[in-house]
Design a protein around this ligand. Structure first.
Ligand SMILES: Cc1cc2nc3c(=O)[nH]c(=O)nc-3n(C[C@H](O)[C@H](O)[C@H](O)COP(=O)(O)OP(=O)(O)OC[C@H]3O[C@@H](n4cnc5c(N)ncnc54)[C@H](O)[C@@H]3O)c2cc1C
Ligand SMILES: Cc1cc2nc3c(=O)[nH]c(=O)nc-3n(C[C@H](O)[C@H](O)[C@H](O)COP(=O)(O)O)c2cc1C
Length: 798
């Protein structure tokens, strides 16, 4: 095969050498515009895992790379005079020049032709080749040339950064954060050879401009950074080797590149394939150190698929694109979280330094609490101890000194620490999320609810939230919904509350709401959101609307008199909730129901005081909030559930949600329960694990109010990571609690925590469960990491 790689970075060189090594008959050239051994940049990092892949692909170059690597395990975070260090991260640093030199020399050794100082104008120059690789980097000319095929999407990010070097040798991957009158700057620094470290300085564009860096010459801006980071540089200079970049142009903005397709055929079907590789195909933010890894792994994969293809190049290219685009997407997702974290450092600097560092370490959401524990158990235990002490528990040191809780010798995971709002303390951070059961007659909760909520209260959660309970008969979603408009309903609720208090340590919350335009529908198992066959009641909402176009009944806009009546209903329900003995109240302002219909511009087209600006749209929900707060006991908290994102163009955005939270906070709300969607059928949510947690994170850390995270939080590890990083104060778990009322007890046992109170009647099950889990863990350790179930399945050939 005749192969040409346009661009002699890591991708082009590595692919060339792997193909030549695979079959010396291949005729391979790498065409590079720079001179030999001439490149800019400092070090790059790899994880230990990447090294394993290189070893398997080409042992001689891997050996040289390994030899040149500087290995370190620790990450150190410097913030406000604190230094927080954690270990076990396993990174290697190598100079970019050194890496390229190794690859160039190895290419020459195996017989790849290296053509330097040749700036390729068009891939069409190589139409006589069998395969052209577009490995021409971030600003790929080839990608632009065939943009119609590749369909690149380039998202230029908000921060400015400069890639510098220094002679200060860091013994850990160091993140240093410095405040200026204009905002925060951060440095990412790591050693990559015997004499130098990489030192990347980064800050949001507006901070950069306000600091005057947009007008400074290169030397001036380096002097600015030296002064700013003098503490960590310890007298060492900052160095630039980007001689071709002048003035402020050395400060770049990171472009996130995604391409819909990776293969173009010159001259149409059957023509020479031009294949994207490395940064030309995709980029991953430097803060997760994966750009070079991705480039090298692209090369490995394409060489592998061609080697296995028995001459079918088209199939090989399809397989390459399919496999690599998925792998790249995973890294890009993690990189996006990491990029956003560094773009919003100002959000996190308010956290205590210990939590700030933890938040940084887990920013990509790929490294969870348990991953961190595997890396550095003592760091995690000390941190858990710190969280426990902040939530009012004695630390391990105090425990060891015999002060209290003598049974708890190890640290307590964040999920199991208490949380206090006003006069109410939840024993842990798990909340059974409100879940409509549609199983009432005349709005009166019965035995079904006693068993349903009672079982979940006994299942270990800190609090159980009753389903949306409606403030009047015409406030119901379905005829099966519970209510709180009569004393009969109040007393029926009291029976449940009393049971929970008598038989568990859980608190119980009441969620009150009004269905608005989403009311008067059938129970879901008879047709979700479908209007009743008969007996429909009139609907009100902020503006006239039909939730399901052409199907739902039309609602009419509320008049002032309607508003007064509904506010009075909310107040009555609140009084009854207090009389029933509930510990906590939640106001339902989410999911397109009545109060939510005022907040979202998608459902509020009013032209009076209650429509238009966000201020106006919040006016009625805040009136209701003020009215219920006035009658709800002062020592008990109120949370407000909102849809923090409508997932529809023109609807509520997370930016709005922060503002909404600020207003409810000012009105006296204690927590914001951060749900999303269900406001419009046009919604396009992006689901994934913990997908709504970023809203809880933003609201907590920007609006400064406690939050409840909810949505696809399904294991203790998720909860521990969320609470420990300060992304939320509580985690509401819904569907997993339908599958298992004792979700908290099981999850605690799974992570090996035995100091959890079970209902006394169930204690024998606790011991058995813990024994079985321990045995399973031991068998997994003996069976090469397979669980007992997996081993059994293997044995059965399943
Ligand atoms: C500040 C910063 C820090 C980074 N840190 C890391 C890190 O720690 N770890 C990591 O893995 N990655 C890191 N990266 C990313 C990494 O540098 C790239 O992802 C990696 O180099 C991609 O390899 P590549 O071969 O695809 O592209 P490149 O390395 O960009 O190589 C492309 C080559 O093509 C040549 N070229 C371009 N156009 C033409 C043309 N028309 N004709 C001929 N030649 C051409 C260029 O001169 C260049 O040599 C960092 C990037 C930046 C900006
Ligand atoms: C059957 C069911 C009923 C629900 N009813 C309510 C409700 O009454 N009030 C409410 O705010 N959310 C309700 N939700 C939403 C959940 O509280 C929760 O936000 C959502 O299910 C996401 O959490 P999960 O991924 O843990 O299930 C309901 C969800 C389910 C599955």
């Amino acid at each position: 095969m005749k192969i040409v790689c346009i661009g002699g970075g890591p991708a082009g060189l590595y692919f060339a050498l792997l193909m030549k090594q695979q079959d010396p008959r291949h005729e391979i050239a790498v065409v590079e515009r720079n001179k030999p051994y001439d490149t800019f940049g400092w070090g790059v990092v790899f994880s230990d895992q990447t090294l394993g892949n290189l070893q398997a692909a080409d042992a001689p170059s891997a050996a040289q790379i390994l030899d040149a690597f500087n290995h370190w395990d620790d990450i150190e975070v410097h913030i406000r005079g604190h230094r927080i260090r954690s270990g076990g991260h396993g990174f290697c640093g190598i100079g970019r020049k050194r890496l390229l030199n190794i690859l160039q020399a190895r290419c020459e050794e195996v017989g790849v032709e290296l053509v330097f100082e040749t700036d390729v104008k068009s891939a069409a120059e190589y139409a006589d080749a069998d395969l052209v690789i577009a490995s021409d980097g971030l600003n790929s000319r080839v990608r632009n040339e065939f943009a119609d095929t590749f369909r690149p999407d380039v998202d230029v990010r908000r921060n400015r950064f400069v890639w510098l070097g220094t002679t200060r040798l860091f013994d850990a991957f160091t993140f240093d954060f410095q405040e200026t009158p204009h905002g925060w700057f951060q440095a990412h620094a790591y050693r990559f050879d015997a004499t130098h470290s990489t030192f990347i300085v980064e800050t949001p564009e507006e901070v950069w401009a306000k600091a005057g860096l947009d007008r400074m010459e290169k030397e001036e801006s380096i002097a600015f950074c030296e002064k700013l980071f003098a503490g960590v540089l310890q007298g060492h200079p900052l160095l630039s080797n980007a001689a071709h970049l002048r003035g402020s142009s050395q400060w770049i903005k990171f472009p996130r590149v995604v391409c819909e397709h990776w293969v173009h055929r010159l001259g149409g079907a059957g023509g020479t394939p031009v294949v994207l590789m490395g940064d030309a195909a995709h980029t991953a933010h430097f803060s997760i150190g994966s750009g070079t890894k991705l480039a090298l792994e692209d090369a490995i994969e394409l060489a592998r698929t061609i080697g296995n293809s028995r001459g079918d190049l088209t199939a090989a290219l399809e397989a390459y694109e399919a496999v690599r685009s998925i792998e790249v997407l995973k890294i890009q997702n993690a990189a996006r979280n990491s990029t956003e974290w560094f773009e919003h450092v100002d959000r996190y600097v308010k956290l205590p330094p210990e939590q700030f560092a933890y938040s940084l370490l887990t920013r990509s959401q790929r490294i969870s609490h348990e991953n961190l524990r595997l890396r550095d158990q003592s760091y995690v235990e000390e941190y858990e101890d710190w969280i426990a002490q902040r939530s009012g528990l004695p630390g391990r040191s105090q425990v060891d000194a015999g002060v209290q809780r003598a049974s708890c010798k190890h640290s307590i995971p964040p999920m199991l620490t208490p949380f206090t709002a006003r006069g109410v303390t939840l024993k842990n951070r798990i909340v059974v999320s409100p879940m409509a059961q549609y199983s009432c007659t005349d709005g009166v909760p019965g035995d079904y609810h006693l068993v349903h909520l009672g079982a979940r209260a006994m299942g270990g959660a800190g609090m159980v939230v009753a389903e949306m309970t409606c403030t009047s008969p015409d406030a119901r979603i379905t005829p099966g919904c519970p209510g709180l408009w009569s004393t009969a309903q109040r007393d029926a609720w009291k029976r449940i509350v009393d049971f929970v208090h008598a038989n568990s340590e859980a608190k119980i919350a009441m969620q009150i709401g009004h269905a608005g335009a989403k009311g008067s529908t059938r129970v879901p198992w008879e047709g979700e959101d479908q209007p009743l066959a008969e007996g429909n009641w009139p609907l009100v909402s902020a503006s006239p609307q039909q939730y399901l176009d052409g199907i739902s009944d039309w609602s009419r806009a509320m008049t002032r008199a309607d508003m007064d009546r509904v506010t009075a209903d909310f107040v009555r329900a609140t009084r009854y909730a207090a009389e029933a003995g509930f510990d906590w109240l939640e106001l339902h302002c989410a999911h397109g129901y009545l109060l939510s219909s005022f907040i979202s511009p998608l459902t509020n087209q009013r032209t009076d005081w209650y429509g238009g600006s966000l201020d106006n749209r919040l006016r009625y929900p805040l009136e209701v909030f003020a009215a219920i707060r006035a009658v709800w006991p002062k020592h008990l908290p109120i949370s407000v559930r909102i849809s923090a994102h409508d997932w529809v163009e023109g609807g509520i955005t997370p930016d709005d949600a922060v503002e909404i939270a600020r207003r409810f906070k000012a009105a006296g709300a204690d927590l914001i329960d951060c749900s999303s969607g269900q406001v419009s059928k046009k919604q396009q949510p992006v689901y994934g694990r913990m997908y709504q947690t970023p809203f809880a994170d933003r609201i907590r850390n920007e609006a400064g109010i406690a939050t409840i995270a909810v949505g696809a939080i399904s294991e203790a590890d998720h909860v521990n990571s969320i609470i420990a990083a300060g992304r939320a104060d509580l985690c509401a778990i819904a569907r997993p609690h339908l599958a298992n009322p004792a979700w908290t007890l099981l999850e605690a046992a799974k992570i090996g925590v035995t100091e959890v109170e079970w209902p006394k009647q169930y204690r024998s099950a606790k011991q058995q469960l813990e024994r079985n889990l321990e045995r399973e863990k031991q068998m997994a350790a003996q069976g090469g990491g397979l669980s007992a179930l997996e081993q059994a399945n293997r044995a059965l050939g399943v």
